[in-house]
Design a protein around this ligand. Sequence first.
Ligand SMILES: [Zn+2]
Length: 431
Amino acid sequence: MNKYWGLLFVILISFSCKDDKPVLKEPVVKQVASIVPDKPVMKQFGFNLDDFTVQLDTVKRGDSFGELMLQNKVDYPKIAKITQEFKDTFDVRRIRVGKPYIILKSKDTTEAAQVFIYENDPINYTVVDLRDTVKAYKDKKEVTYVEREASGVIETSLSQAILDQGIDYTVTNSLSEVYAWTIDFFRLQKGDKFKVVYKEKYINDTIYAGAGPIEAAYFEHSGRPIYAFAYENDSLKNIVDYFDEEANNLRRTFLRAPVQFSRISSRYNLKRRIRYYGNKVRPHMGTDYAAPRGTPILATADGTVTESTRRGGNGKYVKIRHNATYSTQYLHMSKQNVKRGAYVKQGDVIGWIGMTGNTSGPHVCYRFWRNGRQVDPLKEELPLAEPLNETLQPDYFNYISPIKDQLDCMEYPESPVEEDILAEDLASAEK
Ligand SMILES: [Zn+2]
């Protein structure tokens, strides 16, 4: 009997983890070329490139639109007309050094410029059509999305683990945002693991244009697994939140910390003794987050700014009232970004890390008030955000089921270090 169950189990596993979806796994190298050379029909930027002599270049120091056009046999009146008439679409004074442009020239002996294309960014471009009646317009390239999956085991830091896998570095930020409420990113541990499914943007199917938002993720911190699935919470307001496998919202009413990627330099401690003050007890009512000067300080929850001022040892600070129960305060800013009375949303930048007031290094002292008393936010049971609306839950569970299987079936990259150790062990065992 046991044997059969074992067999069934193996079949189920191999079935559920069948690799039936083509997913990009190789890292993609960033490209800068604007024209895709091997497209069968050379129709790009809305032109059939075969009809022209194509000149690809970038704006050099000292280049001007007028000069470039004169060199390519466009006469003064036309240049003047473009400069004046199409100022709103194409401001010739705003062409920037380093930006790519393309000149499509006639294939006859004159090689006169027919079309000028300026690439505002990797997706958007401006066309100046010099043929017949001159016209200028803006357009954008076709953007496609390719699903990509990645995983890693943390050796030193999350960003290193992401880099080691050749994953776009912006995925580090996205992951830390998805888990900002549930995982303390200052205290990631060696051996913490992640898996992530996200989309990559491509222009004309081939040119990499960055990572899109995370669709689903799995993070194992201190052995505790947390799933995250992007789901539209409110179709009217277009709000996408991340929920776990039980439809609990990963968002909390408070962020774990007011700074991304910093470290806690001093915790809330009522019995703190400081040698400088003769080893007397000087309670520390806040949590200090050290980060470089100028790092943005974020409001940990929605609320109204009740103080934005400078006073004594606090230096420049902001205090926010969130509701009848909770307030938070942020000290030693280099500069505030909000005024008293302003309403702020969770994650808004309210100021920047500095050294005003009593401080020996750049940090923010984060103070958390409950019913008028300062408490340790790291020990508080902070209120949860609402779970997914019950009417949406059946659809949600249907939607996440295949994605969860996909996450569960992903494997972690093998650690080369451990392999080496194993190889050494085997070698020494053989002696
Ligand atoms: Zn402090």
